[in-house]
Design a protein around this ligand. Structure first.
Ligand SMILES: NC(=O)c1ccc[n+]([C@@H]2O[C@H](COP(=O)([O-])OP(=O)(O)OC[C@H]3O[C@@H](n4cnc5c(N)ncnc54)[C@H](O)[C@@H]3O)[C@@H](O)[C@H]2O)c1
Ligand SMILES: O=c1ccn([C@@H]2O[C@H](COP(=O)(O)OP(=O)(O)O[C@H]3O[C@H](CO)[C@@H](O)[C@H](O)[C@H]3O)[C@@H](O)[C@H]2O)c(=O)[nH]1
Length: 487
């Protein structure tokens, strides 16, 4: 983009070259979508991880997302490029997305709560070092409120020594969910763009709006001030996570009373003010975002001395941890209070279906508790690799324990053979299609089935012969009419 174009507000098709720093779950799919929808824009995705860039340039992409491969294969080499030459990509770009990871900080002040912004800062410094002309810099990473101010301070410092440089920093958080990333990107509920409350800020916002307008209806593109945009991302994730913790807390009430959590969710969700989405009780939410972003919100509240608000949001995490633990404890209790030396088949290790991502997966936590009880775990997941499972579990346990207690299978029937129990931890659709009579017949009896995702029908499984335990599903003696639950 020429300096004149930005200064004159001549933003029509001024964004011709986009660079995205960070070729991960967000950077890769988002840029593939932009390249596909905007043939007039050249999109370059860069990463400091050369191996990852090599994978993006190969036939075996580093992440699995339905529909991603087709688009990458179509656009790669035409207007979509993957490179590790960060300085060159910065020099070439009109607009730069910062799409790097912002994990929970594991050291120093804010340890275990605050997001670690060192990667975001290092990108800001690279832009300051290598930019030769005006740039629109866009926070795509999830960051705390006011992060744009820090980025701008670094960039403005570079302006002091180079008059050709002008920078605008926008917030454009990403709302895609893994497993449905391409669908979410091509048909988003909304695109959110926050910018500086100034003429230059408005021009930069308009330039980014124009990029999205190539495929997103204008009324779904929301523009706000920078801080509202940054905060909205954290709040959206906190609300979603809160819904899951709410229904999970209800699942415990159901198990103790004879109510059924699926029926309660169905009845409650019929109220249009409440809505029926995101009310699936589970073994707890996982993924790289919910826990991290709720903790970031809690940390923000604490930093602002809003302790009641901090406590409120922290409850969402506490319920999630409680739910995971409750489920693991239930398995041990129902297997006659000991799982030591028993074979337990685990179906599912990814944090949700249709992804190979295991970050913060509830499966890790449940497996960890079972390993502490010396269970022999036989794990099957359709997408997660053996090395990925082993390295996740080694962080929580020890490599020695993992070697001793964990076997990974490529066939679910083999995983279940001679097992005392099958435990379902991810909502993969294929788990609904298995021949459970065959599985039951191959197991040690009495054979138990623990459904942490409410995928299977209790009555059907019981008629096969399983002792069945589903999240939010009461034992049979509680569901009989005439039973009075004791508070
Ligand atoms: N994963 C999701 O579904 C999702 C959805 C919405 C928002 N987000 C947010 O988007 C951001 C990115 O998440 P992600 O899941 O794509 O992360 P990721 O870990 O998959 O990818 C981040 C990439 O950035 C690279 N990187 C880090 N610092 C760099 C630097 N200085 N120069 C070049 N490359 C660098 C890393 O090597 C890595 O490949 C996070 O803030 C996250 O909270 C994630
Ligand atoms: O009713 C539900 C819905 C989800 N989950 C679990 O919640 C976790 C997160 O699921 P989901 O939100 O679908 O996936 P993510 O990829 O983590 O996406 C969330 O986090 C992203 C990163 O910030 C946001 O962009 C998305 O909008 C937001 O949905 C997974 O473990 C799911 O199994 C439930 O237990 N019950």
């Amino acid at each position: 983009m020429s300096a004149d174009a930005l200064a004159n507000g001549d933003h029509k098709k001024v964004v011709r070259r986009i660079t995205c720093v960070g070729a991960g779950y967000v950077g890769g799919p988002t840029c593939a979508m932009i390249a596909n929808k905007c043939p007039h824009i050249t999109v370059t995705v860069v990463d400091m991880n050369q191996a990852k860039i090599d994978e993006w340039n190969s036939d075996s992409l580093p992440i699995f997302e339905p529909g991603l491969e087709e688009i990458v294969m179509k656009c790669r080499g035409t207007n979509l490029f993957f490179s590790s030459d960060v300085p060159q990509a910065i020099r070439d770009a009109d607009l730069i997305f910062i799409s790097v990871n912002t994990p929970t900080k594991m050291y120093g002040k804010g340890k275990g709560m605050a997001p670690d912004l060192k990667y975001v800062e290092s990108v800001a410094r690279s832009i300051a070092e290598h930019a030769e002309g005006p740039k629109i810099v866009v926070e795509k990473s999830t960051v705390p409120v006011k992060a744009a101010e820090s980025i701008l301070s670094i960039l403005r410092d570079a302006q002091r020594t180079n008059n050709n440089l002008t920078f605008q920093v926008l917030s454009n958080p990403e709302f895609l969910a893994e497993g449905t990333a391409m669908r979410d990107l091509s048909n988003p509920d909304r695109v959110l763009i926050g910018g500086e409350d100034s003429e230059e800020g408005a021009k930069a916002v308009a330039a980014l709006v124009e990029v999205y307008e190539s495929w997103v209806p204008r009324e779904r593109i929301i523009t706000t001030n920078t801080w509202s945009s940054e905060l909205s991302k954290l709040v959206a994730n906190a609300f979603l996570a809160q819904r899951i913790s709410s229904i999970n807390s209800v699942s415990a009430i159901c198990e103790a009373t004879g109510a059924d959590v699926s029926e309660v969710a169905h009845a409650v969700g019929f109220d249009t003010r409440i809505g029926n989405k995101f009310l699936n009780a589970s073994v707890g939410f996982g993924g790289s975002c919910f826990q991290k972003d709720v903790l970031s919100l809690v940390y923000l509240c604490e930093s602002l001395h809003l302790n009641k608000a901090a406590e409120y949001w922290h409850g969402v995490i506490e319920i999630n941890n409680w739910q995971r633990r409750r489920f693991a404890d239930k398995i041990v209790a129902e297997l006659f209070n000991t799982v030591a030396g028993k074979k337990i088949a685990v179906f599912g290790f990814a944090f949700k279906k249709n992804t190979g991502d295991t970050r913060e997966s509830s499966a890790i936590h449940v497996c960890k508790h079972l390993m502490e009880e010396q269970a022999n775990l036989h794990i099957y997941d359709p997408k997660v690799t053996e090395s990925q499972m082993r390295s996740e579990l080694a962080i929580e346990s020890s490599e020695k324990n993992v070697t001793k207690l964990v076997t990974v299978h490529s066939d679910p029937y083999e995983a279940a053979k001679d097992a005392h129990a099958v435990v379902i931890l991810t909502e993969w659709d294929e788990f609904k299609t298995y021949d459970y009579s065959r599985i039951f017949n191959s197991m040690v009896h009495p054979a138990a089935l623990f459904d942490g995702r409410l995928l299977l029908k209790k009555k059907e499984m019981e008629s096969i012969g399983f002792r069945f335990f589903g999240i939010g599903t009461a034992p049979n003696h509680l569901t009989r009419v005439g039973f009075a639950a004791t508070p």
